[in-house]
Design a protein around this ligand. Structure first.
Ligand SMILES: [Zn+2]
Length: 141
């Protein structure tokens, strides 16, 4: 019998940092480059000294898509909603959802800020012990 691979095993440090220190991004402690997703080695200098560091939580919309058809029953109340690729001010891009904005109000380059974490009671959506990915909203909200 094979043991299922836990896709969260290598990212536990990142999710734990979200829980304990707020929005953070992995940063190489040797060359100070931020990157995302959490990797065991720096993609720039290959250092193994990676630490999740508190980040500004600010960025801009790099790209986005409007979801009209819920992928599961858990999202039916949310459609239509916006899935966006946000370029953080620290550099890394991350996939997220935009909240507190109508889909027709979203534009490339729009300034956004971390709004918090989705309250998640559905275990299928949780990343780890109730922690779900951070969400963003327009900076002026
Ligand atoms: Zn580095």
């Amino acid at each position: 019998m094979t043991t299922p691979v836990n896709p969260l095993a290598n990212s536990h440090q990142y999710w734990e940092s979200l829980r304990t220190q707020g929005f953070s991004l992995p940063q190489c402690q040797s060359c100070k480059t931020f990157h995302f997703y959490l990797r065991p080695a720096c993609p720039v200098c290959a250092s193994l000294d990676i630490k999740a560091v508190e980040a500004s939580g600010r960025g801009s919309v790099y790209s986005f898509s409007i979801v009209y058809r819920a992928p599961s029953a858990a999202f039916e109340k949310d459609v239509p909603y916006v899935v966006a690729l946000v370029a953080t001010d620290e550099g890394p891009h991350l996939m997220t959802r935009l909240i507190n904005v109508k889909p027709e109000g979203v534009a490339i380059g729009m300034r956004v800020v971390v709004s918090g974490w989705r309250t998640c009671n559905d275990p299928a959506e949780q990343v780890s012990d109730g922690v779900a990915p951070p969400l963003f909203e327009p900076e002026s909200s």
